[in-house]
Design a protein around this ligand. Structure first.
Ligand code: C2E
Ligand code: CA
Ligand code: CA
Ligand code: CA
Length: 279
């Protein structure tokens, strides 16, 4: 009997077989991780570039794997997306972030904004707007302010449909930032029309801006462009004072990166927010 391509591959290429087995194993473990509530969110502060002080936090997911400890999102988000398990984890992250943050207060008494990352797979769902609304529950009424970070390419993919969804989300008081900005292929024409509030400059440009004049020009251009069309700008991956100094000179609105803090578990945020500490 003739063998299928898959069978032949599995027969002659044991390493591929091992890879498939490993993916299946991970998939099972992630299913269990959802059922047993093994995901946690860590939070990284965003800083007002001009006046200093915290503006909000970005929630970044980690998996507390009982066997290997804290696993970073790069190792499991792609599989959650491929299997559509992200449709369970995404709304969980919104609820969890708003729950973790419900008692957080800035030194001036206002509430920090909380940003949650959204996967392309989530935005593509017909019920995305309803899902977000549902996940927010009655938090909005209690003054919790939610931001969503969505990558650039995906928004541009199905522009008309996405514009409607983003506008509907905006009506719920949620602010939207385009994540990893500069790495995709945004059309400038659409950018001005998109119902979004902020651009988040990709870390790759911040990394090299003080050593590469092209990067500096790109960063400077993104900031001017954003301001010209009424958007605020966040720089991610700010690691040293020199980058921060240039970004302030260029009038970037918010800064985020290891220079201020790595992402931290919720109990560490509470310490970080104590009024006696200075940012
Ligand atoms: P991102 O949204 O672009 O997040 C920024 C990443 O850079 C985070 O990695 C953060 O820990 C890291 N980072 C922050 N400051 C610095 C810095 O100064 N230097 C350097 N080198 N890195 C810095 P992390 O936490 O591993 O997250 C990786 C990606 O996973 C995120 O990229 C985001 O795309 C995705 N992700 C994280 N949480 C979620 C989630 O809840 N849902 C979805 N769909 N995706 C998530
Ligand atoms: Ca992000
Ligand atoms: Ca990024
Ligand atoms: Ca990203």
């Amino acid at each position: 009997k003739a063998k299928s391509t898959a069978e032949r591959l599995l027969f002659y290429r044991p390493e591929i077989n091992a890879q498939v087995a490993e993916t299946l194993l991970l998939e099972n473990k992630l299913r269990k991780a959802i059922d047993q509530d093994q995901f946690v969110l860590h939070y990284q502060p965003k800083i007002h570039a001009g006046k200093g002080g915290i503006s909000g936090f970005e929630a970044l997911i980690r998996w507390q794997d009982p066997e290997s400890g804290l696993v970073p999102p790069g190792r499991f988000i792609p599989l959650l997306e491929n299997t559509h398990m992200i449709l369970e984890v995404g709304p969980w992250a919104i609820r969890k972030a708003l729950t973790d943050a419900q008692n957080w207060c800035l030194p001036d008494g206002t509430r920090p904004r909380i940003a949650v990352n959204v996967s392309p797979i989530e935005l593509q769902q017909r019920d995305f707007v309803k899902d977000v609304e549902h996940a927010m529950g009655d938090f909005a009424a209690r003054g919790c302010e939610l931001d969503l970070e969505i990558t650039e390419n995906l928004i541009m993919n199905d522009i008309d449909e996405n514009m409607k969804k983003l506008a509907a989300i905006g009506e719920m008081g949620v602010k939207i930032a385009i994540d990893d900005f500069g790495t995709g292929y945004s059309s400038l024409e659409y950018l001005a029309k998109l119902p979004v509030h902020a651009l988040k400059i990709d870390r790759s440009f911040i990394d090299t801006m003080t050593t590469n004049s092209h990067s500096m020009t790109i960063v400077s251009t993104i900031i001017s462009l954003a301001h010209a069309i009424g958007l605020t700008v966040i720089a991610e991956g700010v690691e040293d004072e020199e980058q921060a100094r240039f970004l302030r000179l260029l009038r970037c609105d918010e800064l985020q990166g290891y220079l201020y803090s790595s992402p931290m578990p919720p109990n560490a945020v509470e310490t970080f927010l104590r009024p006696e500490r200075k940012t």
